[in-house]
Design a protein around this ligand. Structure first.
Ligand code: NAD
Ligand code: UFG
Length: 336
């Protein structure tokens, strides 16, 4: 069965292509390369032994997207393509709404036209806004605190409305907590351009000598050691969660949201400690003021995915830091 993977050259999409291939599906990648390297395709081939079809294209280009669906006999779409930098989204909100929201509407129009009615969407725990209780389950109220987050809220609503209007349509929204790690081969991982916003790539770049120290944003939160707590999930677990969700609901319809997390939180200091152990480098850090907009703790209630999809995260914090280090030390500058 052929699945079009928008954004399939990116961090999460590329790892999900490996999981799709392993499960017997055939991924066809559709990506405009705005935030990815063409070399990902070669790495995927070394890892899987298969050369995946790649179409360079933009989700906003309806004619091109339509041709990709029709010419490849696509039966479902895994939709990762999006802009994802929270800070940038507050500076360029229209660009984010255009790419993430208008882009998805354009895709859904084409999918309806050609009769492809299954979509798996990359959502985020950001749709829960400021947590009102922990752990966060799927019934938690939906909100957002920045334009990027609103694009996820809006697309979820659009998907739900579209499903409500079409008895045969299926949309699964996977709300990721904090994806980290890399493929265990060390051949594929995350390589953010510029200064990393996220904790794990910042620690990795510090360990490899590209940054002097990690700034720990706040040590006076109401958490066991005062630093922020998050639910980090290994990228390979996350990738397999997509396959589990699709396989479980292939014959179903409706709008189905699921958390993908481990249910377990780790503090900033715990992650630095784990990374130091994996890398053998004593990762330097300094306490710094809180980052505006950050919350103290965030972690998932992960039982719905376990019950309905038969999926749980298997890989622990050590696997996350080991595999990140393997990739970072092998490719300190990413694939470029
Ligand atoms: P990424 O930037 O590595 O991958 C996104 C890919 O989409 C890139 O390869 C980019 O070139 C492509 N793309 C962007 N706009 C496009 C367009 N208009 N047409 C075609 N291709 C386009 O990001 P990622 O971390 O792999 O994230 C994948 C998805 O998961 C995104 O939707 C993101 O919002 C979501 N998400 C990510 C995280 C995270 O921490 N990484 C957390 C929650 C949700
Ligand atoms: N942190 C530091 N130093 C850094 C970077 C981060 O101390 O250099 C801390 C943060 O304060 C936070 C924790 O590390 O306590 C994790 O921060 P990340 O930036 O890695 O992740 P966030 O939880 O802040 O953000 C992630 C995604 C967003 C998404 C959000 C909510 O990156 O896209 O989860 O789901 F919106």
């Amino acid at each position: 069965m052929k699945i079009l993977v928008t954004g399939g050259m990116g961090y999460i999409g590329s790892h999900t292509c490996i999981a799709l291939h392993k499960a017997g599906y055939t991924p066809v990648i559709y990506d405009n390369l705005s935030n990815a390297s063409i070399k990902v395709l070669d790495q995927l081939e070394v890892i899987t032994g298969a050369r995946f079809d790649f179409i360079e294209g933009d989700i906003l280009d309806k004619a091109h997207f339509k041709a990709a669906l029709v010419e490849n006999n696509i039966e479902a779409v895994f939709h990762f393509a999006a802009l994802k930098a929270v800070g940038e989204s507050t500076e360029q909100p229209l660009r984010y709404y255009q790419n993430n929201v208008s882009g998805t509407v354009a895709m859904l129009e084409v999918m309806k036209e050609v009769g492809v009615n299954r979509i798996i969407f990359s959502s985020s725990a950001t749709v829960y806004g400021d947590p009102q209780y922990l752990p966060i389950d799927e019934k938690h109220p939906i909100s957002a605190t920045n334009p990027y987050g609103w694009t996820k809220v809006m697309v979820e609503q659009i998907l739900a409305d579209n499903c409500a209007s079409d008895d045969n349509a299926l949309a699964i929204a996977l709300r990721y907590f904090n994806p980290v790690g890399a493929h265990p081969s060390g051949l594929l991982g995350e390589s953010p351009s510029g200064i990393p916003n996220n904790l794990m790539p910042f620690i990795a770049q510090t360990a490899v000598g590209k940054r002097e120290f990690v700034s720990v944003f706040g040590d006076d939160y109401n958490t066991p050691d005062g630093t922020g707590v998050r639910d980090y999930i290994h990228i390979m677990d996350l990738a397999e969660g997509h396959v589990a969700a699709f396989s479980a609901h292939k014959q179903d319809s409706g709008f189905l949201p699921y958390n993908l997390g481990t249910g377990q939180g780790y503090s900033v200091l715990e992650v630095i400690k784990a990374f130091s152990a994996s890398s053998g480098v004593d990762v330097a850090y300094k306490m710094a003021p809180r980052r505006p907009g950050d919350i103290a703790s965030n972690y998932a209630e992960a039982s719905l995915a376990k019950e309905k999809l038969g999926w749980t995260a298997k890989l622990d914090i050590k696997a996350m830091t080991d595999d990140t280090w393997h990739w970072q030390s092998k490719y300190p500058n990413g694939l470029e």
